[in-house]
Design a protein around this ligand. Structure first.
Ligand SMILES: [Zn+2]
Length: 148
């Protein structure tokens, strides 16, 4: 879990960018299967994110796989919330960088002592997935997961 220790104003706040290994889709799929096995027996708490950018038509135009399971920063410990939480993930590009960064911005004002959380995705929950403990009113009890 990650908590803030000061008030954060959503008008200008950027919290953190997610650091991890950038993976090919093939490697992300391999690790996803391995992580699911290890997580199901409590031997791993994975942090593999798949981010898809969509065209206005709805078609996926870019996919970024970031694995912060073994190499990451504090963002790796920010929990999921089924109601979207208080952070919003946004892909940010800067000149000179081939890959975008996934940054977490304050989605609203956040008060001192509040737990930080964002939605890991809105994919349909997998009944065999990992349990979700976000306690939001819309929580189905399992984390969002999908085939990578
Ligand atoms: Zn939940």
């Amino acid at each position: 879990m990650s908590y803030v220790h000061a008030d954060i104003d959503s008008d200008y706040a950027i919290y953190v960018w997610i650091i991890g290994e950038f993976l090919t889709t093939e490697e992300a799929r391999r690790r996803h299967r391995l992580y699911d096995e290890l997580a199901s027996v409590g031997k791993l708490s994975p942090a593999l994110l798949v981010i898809r950018e969509h065209l206005p038509s709805g078609r996926v135009c870019m996919r970024v796989n970031i694995d912060a399971t073994k190499v990451g920063n504090v963002a790796r410990f920010i929990n999921h919330s089924c109601d979207g939480g208080n952070l919003r993930p946004i892909l940010v590009r800067s000149s000179g960088s081939l890959l975008p960064r996934l940054c977490l911005f304050a989605a609203r004002d956040i008060v001192d002592g509040e737990e930080l959380a964002f939605s890991y995705g809105d994919a349909k929950p997998n009944p065999k997935g990992l349990p979700c403990f976000c306690e939001s009113s819309c929580c189905p009890g399992v984390l969002p997961a999908e085939e990578t």
